[in-house]
Design a protein around this ligand. Structure first.
Ligand SMILES: Cc1cc2nc3c(=O)[nH]c(=O)nc-3n(C[C@H](O)[C@H](O)[C@H](O)COP(=O)(O)O)c2cc1C
Length: 171
């Protein structure tokens, strides 16, 4: 089914928000923009939103590049300052130099723990490779040149549709 058709069929009243930090090559921002389109979500950086404002949203995606095996410090600190909620739906996303199922779970663990301790329910997680020229890698042109690529963006789109569909179905 075409995405447009899906959207009109679903008739979504839900409000979604993406909280993003992305600086190295704006890799994670590319993913966030795809999510924003599918979820009809606003993108805010941690310094652009107050914790109280999250009350207005039904689904919140938290994402950044992975730096030293974690989400960015600004996102972790933002999570520390959140108000307690009851099972508010959230998902995590990131881009990273090295990826893999267990790698994503490890990279996301710190933020997940913080959000769960505030009462968030993490419904899903997305990670893909991102161009990385950190440190000595820049000496030989970096790794993952061109990532996220079209396939990554397509996967991101499919992920967002799945999260959207599941969120509606559970409401
Ligand atoms: C300071 C720094 C630390 C990084 N640490 C890691 C890491 O621990 N694990 C990893 O897989 N990638 C690491 N990376 C690669 C980034 O996660 C990757 O390039 C990501 O796509 C950057 O996202 P951004 O462009 O949205 O900032 C690091 C990059 C930088 C600049």
């Amino acid at each position: 089914m075409e995405n447009k058709e899906k959207e009109s069929k679903d008739q979504l009243p839900m409000r979604s928000l993406l909280i993003l930090y992305s600086y190295h090559h704006h890799n994670t921002e590319k993913i966030a923009k795809v999510f924003a389109r599918v979820l009809d979500a606003e993108i805010k950086w941690p310094n652009e939103i107050n914790p109280e404002e999250l009350q207005e949203y039904d689904l919140i995606g938290f994402g950044s590049g992975i730096y030293s095996a974690k989400h960015d410090q600004s996102l972790l600190e933002f999570a520390d300052g959140l108000l307690e909620v009851h099972n508010k739906k959230a998902f995590l996303f990131s881009t990273a130099g090295i990826t893999g199922k267990s790698k994503a779970a490890k990279d996301h663990a710190t933020l997940m723990e913080k959000l769960e301790s505030k009462g968030y329910m993490i419904v899903d997680e997305f990670q893909c490779k991102g161009f990385n020229t950190n440190s000595f890698l820049r000496l030989f042109g970096g790794i993952n040149k061109g990532r996220p690529n079209v396939d990554d963006l397509k996967n991101a789109e499919n992920f967002a549709w799945k999260v959207k569909k599941n969120t509606i179905a559970q409401d």
